[in-house]
Design a protein around this ligand. Sequence first.
Ligand code: NAI
Length: 386
Amino acid sequence: MIHRYGLRGKLCHAPCAPRAYGEVDAGIGPRPWESALDLFTLPDFDDHEQVVFGYDRPSGLRAVVAIHSTALGPAAGGCRMWPYPSSEEALTDALRLSRGMSYKNAMAELDLGGGKAVILGEARTEKTPELFQAFGRLVESLGGRYITAEDVGTTTGDMQQVAAATGFVSGLARGAGEVGGDPGPQTALGVFFGIQAAVRFQLGRALEGLTVAVQGLGGVGHPLCRLLAADGARLKVADARRERAEQVCEELGATLVDTETIFDEAADVFAPCALGAVLNEHTIARLRARVVAGAANNQLAAAADGEALMKAGILYAPDYVINAGGIINVAHEYRGGASRAEVRAAIEKIPERLTLIFERARREARPTSEVADRMARERLQAARRG
Ligand code: NAI
């Protein structure tokens, strides 16, 4: 049966999804019969439990929700809004990011599985309340198998619109003192603790007096700089929006560096807090830092880059382990009843986990990225068996 309208209660699940998606909007995707089998052969398909394509003509919503695993609990992960050039690229991103969320949630010891939503569109110009309400209906129709939150291109304000249609949403604006709201500062806190642990492991000392090069000074990078400066680190900062970098320099006495040359800077720690894939065959050879530890998701362009870092004598803090502070915050908010102190205590466990990974990687002479993936898969498998 072909569902012509993805939202309004008629959803398209994995086996029929590309067909139904092509059916409702043939102009932007492959023909239904051409794409019917492609999902399962895409390189990023990894035994995902469910993939849902959502379409709502009145609001213009085109979205993909990928549920990678619910072995540990409902699949949680943010909703990204991005002008994907094609529906296939949106699908690929949803598949990749949702698996990343399974790993992240497993390593953060949360009772949550991994999922992710992507909305096709330009966040700066195409947002409307109706769009996010339609997205909320899509989430609602999954009956709690997927819990959404803000991500790149979406805000706590957008999530308030989503909340008009579903309760399966977190990361909402809260009053002072309450758990919730923008997860950026909590992510920054976890990254800060993680940097301290990585420096202790690799350099055998405290952060004070060391230089940290921070790439990206947004919702995570800026509060991270405040924590680093308060701990006595020297900062070199770069942001594609120069005024942000200038502000951090003025506020914290940091040194402004170029976005192109930040990789070459003399620094002890390189903290990527902007984009993914910044650690690649071109940049790793340029790094002078002996520790890479930052918030950005998917920092390694390819799995082999984890090995390249190890061979270069650089300790890499796996991104989804060190940047789990935000999802820890979101999880506590969603469950309700937690205090800020409890959230902080959960975030304080991030450095312990990282140290475990660093030790195992050293013992086995393997990249930290590989060890983290293996540990996450072990936890997922144990949950499936249990
Ligand atoms: P954001 O969008 O608030 O800030 C990103 C900053 O990077 C912006 O100021 C932007 O101008 C800058 N930037 C973009 N391209 C750059 C370049 N080539 N060089 C230098 N700066 C550049 O994003 P946010 O929330 O701070 O997140 C940063 C990273 O951390 C992202 O990769 C995000 O996926 C990841 N992350 C964020 C979490 C959160 O709680 N916000 C949670 C986990 C991961």
